[in-house]
Design a protein around this ligand. Structure first.
Ligand SMILES: [Zn+2]
Length: 78
């Protein structure tokens, strides 16, 4: 298992996610982000806004995901 925080994944808090693959981790962070969005959590609303802006530019978004995937790959296993 590898661990990344919400903030490392572009979110707004220090919550930790643990998963074996980057896809799983990204999915967990996405669900958490949606939950926080529904709760109108300020920190996450800002983070989600940044993410939406990134999504307007598919190339920038793809590069961002790749950089996060690389970060994940370079982590040591817990
Ligand atoms: Zn969070």
């Amino acid at each position: 298992m590898k661990t990344m925080s919400c903030r490392q994944l572009g979110g707004g808090c220090e919550k930790k996610f643990q998963a074996n693959t980057f896809e799983e981790l990204a999915e967990m962070s996405k669900l958490h982000g949606m939950e926080m969005f529904q709760q109108n959590d300020d920190a996450h609303l800002g983070a989600i806004k940044d993410m939406m802006q990134r999504m307007q530019q598919p190339e920038a978004m793809a590069a961002w995901i790749e950089s996060k995937r690389k970060e994940f790959d370079e982590l040591s296993e817990d």
